[in-house]
Design a protein around this ligand. Structure first.
Ligand SMILES: O=C(CO)COP(=O)(O)O
Length: 249
């Protein structure tokens, strides 16, 4: 039985005061679900220190939203894996569709980022997902398979069990349009099958999160699907009550 995992992706939102209130709200509302679900927030890098301070010794883990493939050096604006772990991060998102779309991240670069994250002891949350154009052209499986395959090819088999996958259809992100539970389940089942080609054992255990307009009112049905092991939450992760409602779902 796979544990559920709910991760809040704050994207480029927040400030010290709002974060403090949000984190305190999450921590105080979480007390009774720890044995059934894990939860984390992936925050803008400047707020990792605040997470370390406010979430230390709580059930809420934290992490970054991206990382550099380089260890250190002349890479202005980038954040190294060791900097994420320096502030106690457990997770890091890699290949979020916003990184792919606005920063030209390729499947190969995303795969490399996952490898670098694993080497640093971080759990990479590898995000895949098709655009509306892909879906309408019937290319959903081809696209998400290629995105995943690039990572599967370079991640050492023994590290694969430390990876989390997230299926985030691009057309569902921030649009209020959620994939139907059936559509999401189909994609998750397909992705698990792709992992099984590398390792059936890992495929049975790997957590695959759904992301894309997951809200308190659709979370129950999505999370009830056999291959949906949790959520990667954008907008609804910015309100403690909504985020908690999804975790409780
Ligand atoms: O991109 C997402 C999480 O990474 C999803 O964002 P929304 O929940 O705002 O649609």
């Amino acid at each position: 039985m796979r544990r559920k995992l709910v991760i809040g992706n704050w994207k480029m939102n927040g400030n010290r005061a709002a974060n403090a209130a949000l984190l305190a709200g999450i921590v105080s509302g979480l007390k009774d679900v720890n044995d059934r679900a894990d939860c984390a927030v992936c925050v803008p890098a400047p707020y990792l220190a605040q997470c370390e301070q406010e979430l230390n010794a709580t059930a809420v883990a934290w992490g970054g939203q991206d990382l550099s493939i380089h260890a250190s050096g002349a890479y202005t604006g980038e954040v190294a894996a060791s900097m994420l772990t320096d502030f106690g991060s457990k997770y890091v998102l890699v290949g979020h569709s916003e990184r792919r779309a606005y920063h030209g991240e390729t499947n190969e670069l995303v795969a490399q980022k996952a490898v670098v994250a694993l080497a640093a002891g971080l759990v990479p949350v590898i995000c895949v997902g098709e655009t509306l154009e892909d879906r309408e052209a019937g290319n959903t499986e081809t696209v998400i398979c290629a995105q995943l395959q690039a990572a599967l090819e370079v991640i050492p088999a023994e590290q694969l069990s430390n990876v989390v996958l997230a299926y985030e259809p691009v057309w569902a992100i921030g649009t209020g349009k959620t994939a139907t539970p059936q559509m999401a389940q189909e994609a998750h089942y397909f992705l698990r099958g792709c992992v099984a080609r590398k390792s059936e054992q890992v495929a049975a255990r790997i957590q695959i999160l759904y992301g894309g307009s997951m809200k308190p009112d659709n979370a129950v049905e999505l999370l009830a699907q056999a291959d949906i092991d949790g959520g990667l939450i954008g907008g609804a992760a910015l309100k403690a009550a909504d985020f908690l409602a999804i975790i409780h779902a």
